[in-house]
Ligand binder design. Structure first.
Ligand SMILES: [Zn+2]
Length: 102
């Protein structure tokens, strides 16, 4: 059993104060998905890794903001990986592939 935070930072870690906390949360810089930068609803994405327990937990951090209201949601890696083809299918395919309202 290993509950001691891993002192090694991933190469993308910003080395913020969260790294030294008991959970050892490493965060990357966020990349904005807002093409114009002036969208009302903005989404940013980055990486996270938490050094707790025998296996590290990793994933994608989604940040959704409207003005000063900011929500951050850490998505585990398995769901983040499945999200990529899901979004591609929803917005990249022909309109006939989109779910229909009941
Ligand atoms: Zn770190």
């Amino acid at each position: 059993m290993n509950n001691i935070p891993n002192p090694a930072h991933p190469p993308w870690c910003l080395r913020g104060p969260e790294c030294a906390s008991s959970g050892g949360l490493h965060l990357s810089a966020l990349v904005s998905a807002a093409p114009g930068g002036d969208e009302v609803f903005q989404i940013g994405a980055g990486l996270w890794r938490m050094d707790v327990g025998p296996t590290e937990r990793t994933g994608v951090l989604l940040e959704l903001s409207v003005g000063d209201d900011v929500e951050r949601w850490p998505i585990d890696l398995a769901q983040a990986v499945k999200l990529v083809p899901l979004l591609r299918r929803l917005i990249g395919g022909p309109a006939a592939d989109l779910p229909q309202a009941a």
